[in-house]
Design a protein around this ligand. Structure first.
Ligand code: ZN
Ligand code: ZN
Length: 306
């Protein structure tokens, strides 16, 4: 027990752990704040140009009830024109129960995973490669490693997400994440901590499972980190033919479509994609959550604003 504690202290005070922890912790806060400031604060008046969904009627009704008027005074944007910092120190109003505690704890867990990954990579205790890239073959290899990592995440995350929609997993874990039908900045971390732990095991898995160069892993983490925040921002972003924030937003709005993220390929393969891809509109072939009632899926039974 004593040696385990000393080991833990050694790890968490190492420069590797602290660096990895800070990159994710402050990187996430900076990216989320920037999106919130640039769109929700500065461009609140023309939200119809960039917002994917109109605001939740629950949030608006709550606001009117609390203040006699809606801050927005327009039918779009539950949190427009206001800047909220990290939820623990400046919680957005009208959030789901324990929003600030769940999101803050999950950000801490995510940062710890990043810290541990940096520590085990920096001390050569996993499969991360650090050699210098000398020729064309090296660059091709790094690019292929990046593709393998993205493919691994897309496949494993898809089945993990499908499992989360099984009746009991949904009822006790995944239902929290579905409390928001139109997610906005800071809402992506509203996940049951057990589900978050499983997801971070998948996300940070590559250097522990297969050989991957540091540049391939950094590129993979940048793509996953940015898309994870964008997917729950409520803001329209599109990389034509590859990525569209509307896809995961639709998963929150419609519940039975678009399980894969950030890219739609696994959904296209399984017939669970709904949306436009390469000019063709797809609808879901088979509804896979028939054992979960609409009432339960919509979280109406326990969703009360804070
Ligand atoms: Zn889901
Ligand atoms: Zn989500």
């Amino acid at each position: 027990m004593g040696t385990a504690l000393i080991k833990l202290l050694d790890i968490t005070t190492s420069v590797y752990f602290i660096s990895g922890f800070c990159i994710i912790f402050f990187g996430y806060i900076a990216q989320t704040l920037a999106l919130q400031y640039w769109f929700y604060c500065r461009q609140g008046a023309n939200a119809n140009l960039w917002k994917i969904q109109p605001p939740s009627p629950i949030a608006d009704a709550f606001e009117v009830q609390q203040q006699g008027t809606s801050r927005i005074g327009a039918p779009i944007g539950g949190h427009l024109n206001i800047l909220y910092g990290w939820p623990l120190i400046s919680c957005k109003p009208n959030r789901a129960p324990y929003h600030r505690y769940f999101t803050s704890f999950n950000l801490f867990i995510a940062s710890c995973f990043a810290g541990l990954t940096c520590y085990y990579s920096g001390t050569m205790q996993n499969k991360m490669e650090f050699h210098k890239l000398k020729d064309y073959d090296d660059y091709v290899k790094v690019f292929l490693q990046f593709i393998v990592a993205v493919t691994y995440q897309s496949v494993v995350e898809y089945y993990w997400h499908r499992i989360m929609h099984w009746k009991y997993c949904y009822r006790y874990l995944h239902k929290f994440h579905h409390a928001y039908k139109a997610p906005e900045p800071w809402d992506d971390m509203y996940i049951h901590p057990l589900e978050a732990f499983g997801y971070y095991c998948i996300l940070y898995g590559p250097p522990f499972l297969f050989s991957i160069h540091k540049y391939a892993f950094i590129a993979y983490m940048i793509i996953m980190g940015i898309c994870g925040v964008l997917d729950h921002s409520g803001i329209k972003f599109e990389f034509p033919g590859l990525y569209n924030t509307i896809d995961h937003d639709n998963h929150h709005a419609k519940f039975e479509v678009n399980y894969s993220f950030p890219f739609p390929f696994m959904d296209l393969l399984h017939g669970t994609y709904e949306g436009k891809f390469w000019g063709k509109f797809y609808t879901v072939r088979d509804k896979v959550n028939r054992d979960i009632t609409i009432e339960e899926a919509s979280c109406k039974t326990n969703f009360k604003v804070e």
